[in-house]
Design a protein around this ligand. Structure first.
Ligand SMILES: Cc1cc2nc3c(=O)[nH]c(=O)nc-3n(C[C@H](O)[C@H](O)[C@H](O)COP(=O)(O)O)c2cc1C
Length: 349
């Protein structure tokens, strides 16, 4: 297996789990790790909410010994607030600290945070420098290609991050204006890779094993961060590793494995969030795992399930019927899984 390093941290695989707000909590990270992801991130955590002692933020920072290596992602605009938030979490366990300069959401960029930082290169560099001075672990930065197509400045931003001491650069190959649609710009990612000495991790449409390979081939990047491709599809990590090794894409997982994985995900959710919230939060994952299944009544029932028993019964029912071995022999469905979903327009980045 290809090893990969960020600063002094050696990662077991170059296929990483990208941060996703509302998704990459401890249960989701543990599940994806079991299929071979080399590094996982918390969702973006607002520096000001950490500085104000937010309970949600401290829940998102919860981790366990198996949840390593772990990256924490910070969202902010003010270097002093970010430094204060880092003092507040100085007891937290993590291996990488990442700055989010990529989130396209309106209420984030309107505060100058996330992709808003792409418009303020000098401030951005100062923030990165402050973070590097504040923590003993490698600092990384996540950017987009630019604000819009007339202001593509990824190479400048990446060089500034490197200059400020960042040890790795994540880049989503789209502009802020594109959000999650339109073409991923492989050329800009390739230019960033050529300009930097630190490793470059590419993000954008890493939806199937062959699209992950395409990111490596077209950009020369050192690693790939998988996001939407892992929704209801943690096997993407195992199948991508196999594909890069053998040149063959393994068939989709057997229905029994899908059902087992859903049950495991549900029980991790319950252990972490408690019965009620664990089941409610699992509803969206039920939809991801079963996207494309022509059984409307079952998928509609999952949206109403309130107890672990109800949810487990639906999972059992779903996979019992052999007619529903719909995935077996099917061509990889990662692409269609990611299309047209609710998160395409308004989510973090
Ligand atoms: C639901 C959702 C939430 C996201 N939240 C974050 C986030 O908190 N931080 C971040 O850096 N990127 C976030 N992203 C962006 C992804 O990490 C990734 O860069 C982007 O989706 C492109 O990769 P993909 O096309 O393979 O999905 C989010 C994406 C989605 C779909």
């Amino acid at each position: 297996m290809l090893m990969f390093s960020i600063g002094n941290l050696t990662l077991p695989s170059p296929f990483l789990l990208s941060p996703m707000a509302g998704i990459t909590d401890l249960p989701f990270r543990l599940l994806n790790r079991s299929f071979g992801c080399g590094l996982a991130f918390t969702e973006m955590i607002g520096a000001s909410s950490v500085a104000h002692g937010s309970k949600y933020a401290s829940k998102m920072l919860s981790t366990t010994a198996e949840d390593r290596p772990l990256g924490i992602q910070i969202l902010g605009h003010d270097s002093e607030v970010i430094k204060r938030s880092l003092e507040m979490i100085s007891g937290a366990v993590f291996d990488i600290l990442d700055l989010n300069a990529a989130c396209p959401v309106k209420k984030v960029v309107s505060k100058g945070e996330g992709a808003g930082l792409l418009k303020e290169p000098v401030r951005f560099e100062k923030i990165v420098k402050g973070m590097v001075e504040a923590v003993p672990v490698p600092v990384t930065v996540k950017i987009r290609t630019g604000w819009d197509e007339t202001s593509v400045n990824a190479v400048e931003m990446a060089l500034r991050a490197e200059q400020a001491g960042a040890r790795g650069l994540f880049i989503h190959g789209r502009t802020r204006i594109q959000k999650y649609s339109g073409r991923v710009d492989y050329d800009i990612i390739g230019e960033v890779k050529k300009a930097l000495k630190i490793p470059v991790i590419a993000s954008g449409d890493a939806l199937t094993p062959d699209l992950v390979k395409k990111l490596f081939d077209e950009t020369g990047c050192d690693a790939v961060a998988v996001a939407r491709g892992a929704l209801g599809n943690p096997w993407i990590f195992r199948r991508t590793a196999e594909y890069l090794k053998s040149g063959r894409i393994a068939p989709s997982p057997h229905v029994h494995e899908i059902a087992d994985t859903m049950r495991r995900h549900l029980s991790l959710n319950i252990a972490f969030h408690g019965e009620r919230t664990g089941v409610i939060l699992f509803r969206k994952f039920f939809a991801y795992y079963t996207r494309g299944i022509p059984l409307k009544a079952l998928t509609e029932s999952a949206v109403l399930a309130k107890t672990p028993d109800q949810m487990v019964r639906l999972i059992d029912e779903l996979w019992r019927d052999p007619v529903l071995n719909w995935r077996r022999g099917q061509k990889d469905s990662g692409m269609s899984q990611a299309k047209g979903s609710a998160f395409e327009s308004e989510s973090g980045d």
